[in-house]
Design a protein around this ligand. Structure first.
Ligand code: PMP
Length: 439
């Protein structure tokens, strides 16, 4: 590996001189490789690293590239934005068109605003919920990740040792520098557990501005909640004047054009959308019911602005991306790929007599070693064998399939519409040999 990755190691060593840990985002140090993956280029379903290795990509920009790399329509859209003058901080005809397209596709969105990242989107959605309700607390779920701002940096990847009771979650600070006092504004609860949710909401009902969740908990691999549980969450929020926020930064457009909310048949009051919405360029969205969104400035008093927000490059890319996503047959293709990959992986586990479970929905999935029961919550996911996963991800890389590791947290992986059924055959063939070496 060291010899094969000579250039990557050299570049990483160079970057470390002035870039913290040699990476722009902490999770980019892939522990399975012992270093970051350093890309040379990407095209469709494939990546090439700086040492010239060709890999089939099952990270897909952590979910950002639903159309694969270098999609011609995204390239053309960006080209158009460049030719218009790389306009930044000006409105053009396209921002309104993108908002209209989102309103057409995403059930909760009547009005929306754009942000540069998912972190900003959840921050603004929560601020807005507080502004509208006049309450200050939020409820979030154990193992659900909503970005890095200080109001949500709690209990998204706790150690099992810190979770003593099955029916309660402590509010645990996940980063040094987050004021401990902010924990008072965040109630945590275990996901997919109706009694625990009811108890937490009833206890704090008059103080809760919002309940925020990942409607499909891909940040713990892929956890699909019980429908009745999600109906109950919707009802409890409505009953107690709490704003229900679906954070769809990762789940949006993964399994259908109407996102996880369409899949579940439940409409939240607010939602966030991110990652793949702009085909691998930086744009996220917060949006929802008109009467709530009208509290955003200058119509209302909840502040939102930004130099780069609604930048024309990602706006044009998002229009092209959503056009593609809403084209006939798009999700038939995604679903055919999903069936082939997830069934194929489960069969390979059985063939090699390795205990493990694949859980996927649409274009993203989790792979849990040492587990044979359904993974129903973060704790089930955290009990999976992480050392075995790391070994497997490294072997997969050596055989030509790129997966990312999330620093010991449960991992999500995924593919794009640029992947073909033949790619999936090739993935399964390469991984057959990775599983063989794993045993
Ligand atoms: N919410 C969810 C559900 C996410 O998965 C992420 C990113 N993994 C974020 C928010 C933060 O998004 P960003 O990385 O764009 O800030």
């Amino acid at each position: 590996m060291t010899v094969l990755s000579k250039k990557a190691i050299e570049l990483w060593n160079f970057a470390q001189q002035h870039l913290v840990a040699g990476v722009c985002a902490s999770t980019r140090v892939n522990r399975a490789l012992g270093r970051p993956f350093i890309a040379m280029r990407g095209e469709g379903s494939h990546l090439w690293d700086v040492d010239g290795h060709e890999l089939i990509d099952l990270c897909t920009s952590h979910g950002g590239s639903i159309l694969g790399h270098k999609h011609p329509k995204i390239v053309a859209a960006i080209q158009q934005a460049l030719e218009m003058g790389i306009l930044c901080s000006y409105e053009t005809e396209y921002q309104g068109k993108l908002a209209a397209k989102l309103a057409e596709m995403v059930p909760a969105i009547e009005l929306c605003r754009f942000t540069c990242s998912g972190t900003e989107a959840t921050m603004h959605a929560i601020r807005l919920a507080r502004a509208v309700t006049g309450r200050e607390k939020i409820l979030k779920f154990e193992g659900h990740f909503h970005g890095y701002h200080d109001y949500v940096n709690f209990t998204w990847g706790p150690s099992l040792r810190d979770l003593p009771s099955e029916d309660e979650s402590p509010t645990l600070v996940e980063s040094a520098g987050v004021p401990q006092g902010l924990a008072a504004y965040c109630v945590a609860a275990p996901f997919n557990n109706p009694a625990a949710l009811e108890k937490a909401i009833l206890k704090h009902k008059n103080e809760l501005a919002a309940v925020i969740c990942e409607p499909i908990n891909y940040n713990a691999g892929c956890i699909i909640p019980d429908k009745n549980y999600m109906v109950m969450m919707r009802q409890l929020c409505s009953d107690h004047g709490i704003i229900l926020i679906y954070d769809e930064v990762l789940s949006a457009f993964r399994m259908g054009p109407d996102c996880a909310q369409g899949y579940l048949g439940i409409t939240p009051d607010l939602c966030t959308v991110g990652k793949c919405v702009a085909g691998g360029t930086p744009l996220s969205v917060f949006g929802g019911k008109k009467e709530i969104m009208e509290h955003v400035s200058p119509l209302g008093k909840s502040a939102h602005s930004g130099t780069y927000t609604g930048h024309l490059i990602p706006v044009m890319a998002a229009l092209a991306c959503l056009d593609e996503i809403s084209s006939p047959g798009f999700y038939d293709h995604i679903n055919a790929l999903a069936d082939k990959l997830y069934n194929g992986l489960q069969e390979l586990l059985a063939k090699h007599k390795i205990k493990g479970r694949v859980q996927g929905l649409g274009a993203r999935f989790g792979l849990y070693f040492g587990v044979d029961q359904e993974v129903r919550n973060y704790r089930d996911a955290a009990r999976a064998d992480k050392e075995m996963l790391l070994k497997f991800l490294r072997l997969a890389y050596e055989k030509g399939v790129y997966f990312h590791d999330y620093q010991g947290h449960p991992c999500h992986h995924g593919f794009s519409s640029a992947h073909t059924l033949a790619d999936m055959d090739e993935v399964l063939c390469r991984l057959d040999s990775a599983f063989q070496s794993l045993r």
